[in-house]
Design a protein around this ligand. Sequence first.
Ligand code: ADP
Ligand code: MG
Length: 323
Amino acid sequence: MRIVVALGGNALLLRGERADASVQLHHVEAAARALAPLAAEHELVVCHGNGPQIGLLALESEADPSLTRPYPLDTLGAETQGMIGYWLAQSLRNAGVRKPVLAVVTQTVVDAADPAFAEPTKFIGPIYDRAQADRLAELNGWTMAADGSHWRRVVASPEPLRLVEQESVEQLVSGGTIVVCAGGGGAPVVDDGQLRGVEAVVDKDLTSAALAIALKADHLLLLTDVPAVMSDYGMPTEEPLHHLDVAELGHLSFPAGSMGPKIEACRRFVEATGSTAGIGALTDAAGLLAGTAGTTVGRLTPRGGRSGSCTGSSSGGPVIVGS
Ligand code: ADP
Ligand code: MG
């Protein structure tokens, strides 16, 4: 089978943990141990998130007095691909993977006219007070938005259209190489005859879905820091949803900044390929593939049948919002 796996950036650096390299490498090693059995048996493409990591680099760049301007986001995205890709490729080998493993820095083409550029929505980096936010907006040309009672930088999160390196990835995977690519959703570029990096962050779950569709993958696994998609998430009554039918997703609601894009990525993959997708914990990768752990998204129920549902969200209409 051909499997595309997306590792959550938050699973590589737990919330509240120090971003030390040793801490992250420890998590990457655990991820590699979980993925090694899949790599042995299947064609495998590993994508990964970079939310916490790109936030850290952006801060460092912003604070560097030797720079005229902070590094642009596409370039910081490429840096995180190099760093996490290096850790993953090394750890997969150390976990016993005998096939060739290659981490590549890839670019994701987005539309220059994507409405997301006119309305940046994705929060990155730390919180600021109003005065700091105004100063940073003036200094760096950033867009700032209120996040609760604080202010944060917001950047565009345009739709991933394709990977520039899609063909190379296909060739590598077909040739038996385990490929790490599309980290952080890929470095965002526009293609107007020349490729140019843009100030944006592409959603890694949506990029993984686009890549999985292009590669005609048999399975898309979104591995994160929760064991499954939950109904009543965060409430005492929360329960894992073992199966979600794409036909029912329109009636459910998930947060735009976290579970929403995962559900949307699964929906796109299932609709385009007819295969199933899974959302669950990093450590359950094998169980997720077998359908014994996490949440399986597919065309699962017969017409008129029922699968899982989420509380307070049965009002109908397209309520899943990508980030
Ligand atoms: P990743 O780095 O893996 O993309 P995200 O934070 O973007 O991580 O998404 C995973 C998070 O989604 C979980 O940690 C959880 O807090 C949140 N979440 C929101 N709604 C749900 C839900 N219904 N079930 C499970 N997790 C949810
Ligand atoms: Mg996420």
